[in-house]
Design a protein around this ligand. Structure first.
Ligand SMILES: Cc1cc2nc3c(=O)[nH]c(=O)nc-3n(C[C@H](O)[C@H](O)[C@H](O)COP(=O)(O)OP(=O)(O)OC[C@H]3O[C@@H](n4cnc5c(N)ncnc54)[C@H](O)[C@@H]3O)c2cc1C
Length: 278
């Protein structure tokens, strides 16, 4: 199938992009096109105008502040994989990026496009939920910040307004003691995940976040999952109770069958193993 006919424009500033969005209710933002392209071809979306945001310099920038690092929405998976933006999380972002699809997809696909689409099987969503990431969102009323777990309201659902765009992803600064772990189960290397477990453990600060995602179920975040361990020590990965993990995911609202819940609990345990080994 072919897309319906559409107009195309490539603004050079955020304000120009926002004006275009505001004055064209049937417009779509185009970033890497790795999700939007197939959706256009299948006519799942039929926009009159595509607003290509990839030539807006601010959206490709990386900024460092006292509270953390901001990664522009149009930074590609490949740029992160290659360490071209630095590595604010001890190699965690590089590793996650390198497991997304294959290199051709990573070369064009962007971190902002992936998070805006909010596919529960996508890598950045779970990976950054574990880091308590935030989004910088711009619109007619200025800039707002949204915690990623509040931004994602369901599977492929977000609270992004029709005239807003994601400008950057913010990763909060953490102590050097923080450990990150990530595990993805998929049928073929580089495919969308059936199950993802992502963890961030900062033993010094007593912080521990876990995110479980995959398939078509909205991700679940545990902000203090210590009760899911049989041992008092969260670094004892084997003591993460897979049965209890699956039940906790169901109680938290993951409406999946027993097999998928178990698979996701297993990825959580493996993510803890990954974190402990680093
Ligand atoms: C074969 C294949 C395999 C893949 N495998 C994986 C995988 O294993 N893991 C994974 O995580 N992903 C995978 N992907 C998806 C890939 O990572 C995409 O890059 C990503 O989902 C979308 O990013 P994009 O920049 O291409 O966005 P686009 O396709 O351009 O846009 C996606 C959606 O987000 C909107 N959008 C884009 N940018 C913004 C913004 N800044 N603000 C607001 N809205 C915006 C668009 O309007 C559109 O609705 C795969 C894709 C393909 C084609």
């Amino acid at each position: 199938m072919k897309p319906v006919a559409f107009d195309y424009t490539r603004p050079r500033s955020i304000s120009a992009a926002l004006e275009l969005l505001d004055s064209n209710p049937n417009a779509k933002i185009l970033a890497g096109g790795q999700t939007l392209g197939p959706m256009l071809n299948l006519r799942l979306v039929q926009p009159e105008l595509l607003i290509d945001i990839t030539r807006i310099p601010e959206l490709a920038a990386v900024t460092e502040g006292d509270d953390g690092i901001g990664i522009g929405a149009c930074v590609t998976h490949a740029a992160i994989e290659d360490g071209r933006i630095g590595e604010p999380a001890n190699g965690y972002l590089n590793r996650v990026a390198s497991g997304i699809a294959y290199r051709a997809v990573r070369t064009r696909g962007t971190i902002g496009g992936s998070l805006s689409h909010a596919d529960p099987a996508a890598d950045w969503l779970a990976a950054l939920l574990a880091l308590n990431g935030e989004l910088e969102i711009v619109g007619a009323n200025g800039t707002r910040r949204a915690a990623l777990d509040a931004f994602v309201t369901g599977a492929m659902e977000t609270d992004l307004g029709p005239s807003e765009l994601v400008a950057a992803v913010r990763i909060p600064k953490r102590s050097r003691a923080i450990r990150h772990g990530y595990h993805k189960i998929c049928r073929k290397t580089g495919e969308f995940a059936d199950a993802i477990g992502a963890v961030a453990i900062d033993d010094k600060k007593g912080e521990f976040r876990m995110a479980a995602a995959g398939g078509s179920h909205a991700p679940i975040v545990f902000t203090d999952p210590r009760h899911l361990f049989r041992s008092a020590d969260p670094m004892d990965a084997d003591s993460f109770d897979i049965e209890m993990g699956g039940a906790a995911l169901r109680d938290a609202g993951m409406n999946a069958d027993d097999y998928d819940l178990r698979l996701r609990a297993i990825t959580l345990q493996r993510a803890v193993h990954d974190a402990v080994q680093r």
